[in-house]
Design a protein around this ligand. Structure first.
Ligand code: GLU
Length: 422
């Protein structure tokens, strides 16, 4: 096997993740052997997940768990249920988790899981069976000291409860530390549900301040109204920002004066989509990323800002609530346009930060107050923000390049201190 890094796929999240790593490696002056090690996952498991459907037929879905790195601690990362899931996507998301955990200094490596299933096409009972079967397949490689799943697209606290129960049943005792993002009554942390959104809003406000932009009267558009986008929209609106547009998989809504996010939330709870909200005009969801707003928050999926639409982005600040929303080609275009990008591994790290707090609480069987959680979250987000801004200033790098370089350097440092076994 050569020391060279594996050739990246032509396009897609793994190509982007590997291109970012390659840039960091070059900046840090790291050898090709270490580059190869970091470009490849430490452990990958592909499973097939058979499901007995409610009508008695059997469907089979592809599932994955990828552990990218363990140098700084157990692997950590979400589980995604989406038909877009494939091995390369999960590899990229796992690599980003390694950098995210290192950047915000939580003692984890990176992992990600996925099942190629559309959750909206399944009953709750079917989702439970899929989750339990997937969990039993990956059981040998997860655990509170090994790899700790959490929610991601298409999964939630109920999914985590099923994983926790399946894992615990196999051990013969309750192991709450095997997942994070659990229901509060099963050892979930206060503040976890809003943590990613809180972190996104916090760095968005810091980014606005750094550009001399007063939140009161500033405008924003948020792509995605799920676990991340909904809370981020609410917190930005509470800070005085006019959140003019919000989208979800079904469509988008727009209001010049700013959306009433609380009322929009009620509408979504009732109808399952932002579409049809009477306090706004309907708009084409694809046009949201090129709206004339101050701040754009892509908080849905990867690869939405591409070489095709980057030149049309009008926002001055881009805060990546999603993982990998900006392709490498788009990143270069936006840098030339002087758009300030708060990269995903910083912007959406609030989730894994509070996951870490939850894991600590679960392992100690002790509960912190919501205030304590939120204060500690804010402190870590602020520290990480300043680390990135300072490193970017000293080395003349973009925030993404700075964040990745800082994170990769920390992972390499841990690796070198431990040494290579044998
Ligand atoms: N899925 C979230 C992310 O991409 C959270 C991961 C976690 O808490 O482990 O960061």
């Amino acid at each position: 096997m050569s020391a060279e890094a594996p050739p990246p796929p032509a396009a897609g999240p793994l190509a982007d993740a590997r291109a970012q790593l390659a840039e960091a490696i070059e900046h840090l002056g790291v050898d090709a052997g270490t580059h190869r090690m970091l470009a490849t996952s430490r452990r990958e498991m592909a499973v097939s997940v058979p499901l007995r459907r409610d009508d008695g037929t059997i469907a089979t879905y592809e599932g994955f768990r990828v552990q990218h790195n363990f140098s700084r601690g157990p692997a950590k990362g979400g589980l995604r249920f989406s038909t877009a899931v494939d091995l390369d996507e999960v590899r990229a998301l796992a690599m980003w988790m390694s950098w995210k955990c290192a950047l915000v200094d939580v003692p984890y490596g990176g992992a990600k899981g996925g099942v190629a299933i559309e959750p909206r096409d399944h009953s709750l009972a079917e989702l439970e069976r899929v989750t339990r079967r997937y969990t039993s397949e990956i059981l040998p490689i997860i655990g509170p000291e090994v790899d700790i799943p959490a929610p991601d697209i298409g999964t939630d606290e109920r999914t985590m409860a099923w994983i926790m129960d399946t894992y615990s049943a196999s051990k013969g005792f309750t192991v709450t530390g095997v997942v994070t993002g659990k229901p509060i009554s099963l050892g979930g942390s206060l503040g976890r549900a809003m943590a990613t959104s809180r972190g996104v809003a916090h760095v968005a406000l810091m980014a606005m301040a750094s550009r001399g932009l007063d939140p009161t009267g500033a405008s924003a558009a948020v792509q995605g109204f799920g676990k991340v986008g909904r809370g981020a929209a609410r917190l930005l609106a509470e800070a005085g920002v006019r959140v003019q547009a919000v989208s979800d998989v079904d469509g988008a809504v727009w209001s010049e004066a700013g959306l009433d996010i609380a009322r929009l939330g009620d509408h979504v709870d009732e109808h399952g989509t932002v579409v049809g909200f009477d306090g706004a005009e309907a708009m084409d969801a694809g046009g949201l990323v090129t709206l004339d707003v101050d701040v754009l928050v892509p908080a849905a999926v990867e690869g939405v800002i591409t070489a095709d639409n980057a030149a049309d982005v009008r926002a001055r600040i881009l805060v990546e609530g999603a993982n990998g929303p900006t392709t490498s080609a788009a990143d270069a275009i936006l840098a030339d346009m002087d758009v300030l990008i708060v990269p995903d591994i910083l912007a959406n790290a609030g989730g894994v930060i509070v996951s870490y707090f939850e894991w600590v609480q679960s392992n100690q069987a002790y509960r912190w107050s919501e205030r304590e959680v939120n204060d500690k979250l804010e402190e870590r987000m602020t520290r990480s923000w300043h680390d990135v801004v300072d490193y970017s200033g000293v080395h003349g790098l973009s925030y993404r390049q700075a964040a990745t370089a800082l994170a990769v350097r920390r992972v390499i440092e841990a690796h070198e201190l431990r040494g290579l076994y044998p």
